[in-house]
Design a protein around this ligand. Structure first.
Ligand SMILES: [Zn+2]
Length: 292
């Protein structure tokens, strides 16, 4: 089982899919290969550090998180070795590097941010760019010569590559425009999510309170951070119309990649919360897509 998280920034993974990855690791152990692909270099996200210093700190923080979460971390690099910067436009070289990174890992499941269905929602340019990038590259994953101008190849005996099932994660920048098919119970993984996320202290202790677009108050200790994370997850659950107090993560199945069956999803996903997942509607959606 190979699972890949593709998102814009350092910390996005922990706040959207970190618990699911942890539950999957516990269920499968060494049978699981988990990778987190961060697509921007993080250099822009600070108010009192240089771009170089910020980018370096973000790398160190993500590597620390990867060690705790036992996942492989990769920073997206363009063909010339440079990084994609925040606020950047979706260019052909960016699509090509994403295409190459997905093909190299060949995931069964790929997690990425969603696109808004309402133009009043979806304010974060980088989240939108990466969501759009995954959608635009999805069909090309199994097209060997799609970007041979950037990654030259003259193969004439291409081996088919697996196209993953692509799911959208919950996105706080969607405000009222989040949806979900699957709810995963990540309560048991909460301590690990909190520890992984706590690695990103240059963000939630320094940057996020400064930018002021979030409700997280700057925590000064791990316990304060855990509480803030609990409150954040409670708001997400509330947004999805779900009561209770267990930690949940939410995913929507797209038709961008392979179309799974409901049975496969139920079998593969660890710790699926059957009472809150919308399995009936999802089953009908997948059956319809499966015959189109
Ligand atoms: Zn982000």
């Amino acid at each position: 089982m190979r699972i890949l998280n593709v998102h814009a920034h350092f910390d996005d993974f922990e706040l959207t899919a970190g618990g699911t990855f942890e539950m999957w690791r516990r269920a499968l152990g060494t049978e699981l290969s988990a990778r987190v692909l961060v697509c921007t270099d993080g250099a822009a996200g600070h108010h009192s550090r240089t771009r170089e210093e910020t980018a370096w700190i973000r790398l160190v923080e993500q590597k620390e998180s990867a060690k705790i979460g036992s996942y492989d971390f990769q920073l997206l690099k363009l063909s010339d070795g440079s990084s994609f910067s925040e606020g950047g436009l979706l260019t052909r070289p960016v699509l090509a590097s994403l295409w190459k990174a997905i093909r190299a890992f060949e995931p069964d499941y790929l997690f990425c941010p969603p696109l808004p269905t309402d133009p009043l929602m979806g304010v974060h340019t980088d989240h939108l760019t990466i969501a759009e990038a995954v959608r635009r590259v999805a069909y090309l994953i199994n097209v060997p010569h799609a970007f041979s101008d950037i990654y030259p190849t003259d193969e004439t005996q291409s081996v088919p590559l697996k196209t993953p099932v692509i799911l959208n994660v919950y996105d706080g920048y969607m405000f009222g425009d989040n949806h979900f098919d699957l709810a995963v119970d990540v309560e048991d993984a909460f301590p690990v999510i909190a520890q992984c996320a706590y690695c990103h202290r240059s963000q939630f202790q320094e940057w996020i309170p400064w930018i002021g677009r979030h409700e997280i108050k700057a925590p000064t200790t791990f316990d304060e951070w855990s509480l803030a994370l609990r409150q954040r997850m409670a708001r997400q659950r509330q947004d999805m119309g779900i009561g209770g107090d267990r930690a949940l993560e939410f995913f929507t199945v797209t038709a961008w990649g392979a179309i799974p069956t409901l049975e496969t999803l139920e079998q593969d996903f660890p710790s699926l919360c059957r009472s809150h997942s919308q399995l009936g509607a999802l089953g009908r959606k997948l059956s319809r897509w499966g015959v189109l």
